[in-house]
Ligand binder design. Structure first.
Ligand SMILES: N[C@@H](CCC(=O)N[C@@H](CS)C(=O)NCC(=O)O)C(=O)O
Length: 277
């Protein structure tokens, strides 16, 4: 468990390296909201999520306003904690708000599942790599009170991982044909973002950072490994060669450069340091 701030009234249930969880965490950090992160390994996440009143998937935010089981709802909740001129979903004018909403929805629907499937398709076969990713990501929250669960060691991981991997593959439909289709979806989203950025605009829409920018950067992050990502993701040099080639190519595209810049300029891991958002 990671307690970001004392007496935190908010509890964020996560799989720490999950990009939808990162999307929610970014919005809360940016709003300076004190929250406790309860981080779980895949499979182990399901019961706490359901018990808290969420769906099986994470993120789940337990807040005074109720239990929010979807990252978009958590962004909207975070918007209630900042002045209107910093809201991720613009309040006005209507056309700008509609565009932010449409982009955020498209990234949620097309980009999130595609990056996840492509990344896992290449990463799941490597048990050592998974051990490093899962252990490293839980340990990154350790200074704030989180830690890998007591049973997490090489021996138990060998028993846990094949089961977890089989379930993850089934639930997220991870196989070669689906990964190929997801690459196509990823390509379409990156092409659309490249095109949008062609006129040199600093943000995807409007004149300031919005839910569209945050969502694109967070949901593309597993295939970009931004330096400022608060939970360590495998750097390109540690990836299997075909995934590494994809990551290096995406990082060089305007959309990849843009997402990395959003991380550099707008991602501040600790609440209270979010003025630049
Ligand atoms: N639409 C949801 C998607 C969340 C989602 O897909 N979460 C994944 C982790 S990346 C998850 O919990 N998967 C495990 C499961 O469904 O049991 C949101 O925006 O919060």
């Amino acid at each position: 468990m990671s307690d970001r701030g004392t007496g935190a009234p908010l509890r964020l249930i996560t799989i720490p390296w999950s990009h939808y969880c990162e999307k929610a965490r970014w919005a809360l950090d940016r709003a300076g909201a004190p929250y406790r992160e309860d981080a779980y390994l895949p499979l182990a996440h399901a019961l706490p999520s359901l018990r808290a009143g969420g769906r099986r998937s994470v993120p789940v935010l337990v807040s005074p306003a109720g239990v929010l089981g979807d990252s978009t709802d958590i962004l909207r909740y975070a918007d209630g904690l900042v002045p209107p001129e910093r809201a991720l979903f613009f309040r006005e004018p209507d056309a700008a708000r509609a565009e932010v909403e449409a982009l955020e929805e498209r990234f949620d629907r097309d980009l999130g599942p595609a990056t996840r499937r492509v990344a896992y398709f290449h990463l799941l076969p490597d048990e050592e790599g998974a051990f490093a990713l899962m252990g490293g990501s839980l340990r990154s929250l350790e200074s704030a009170g989180a830690a890998p669960p007591w049973w997490f060691g090489r021996g138990t991981f060998r028993a846990y991982y094949p089961v977890a991997r089989a379930v993850m593959k089934r639930v997220m439909r991870i196989d070669a044909a689906a990964a190929e289709r997801s690459r196509g979806k990823l390509r379409a989203v990156f092409d659309a973002v490249n095109e949008r950025l062609r006129d040199g605009r600093p943000f995807l829409t409007g004149d300031r950072f919005s839910a569209a920018d945050l969502t694109f950067a967070a949901l593309a992050a597993p295939l970009l490994a931004p330096e400022h990502h608060p939970v360590p993701l495998p750097p390109p040099g540690k990836l299997p060669s075909d995934l590494r080639a994809l990551v290096e190519a995406l990082r060089d595209e305007p959309a990849g450069v843009f997402a990395l810049r959003m991380y550099r300029e707008h991602r501040h891991a600790k609440p209270g340091r979010s003025a630049a958002g």
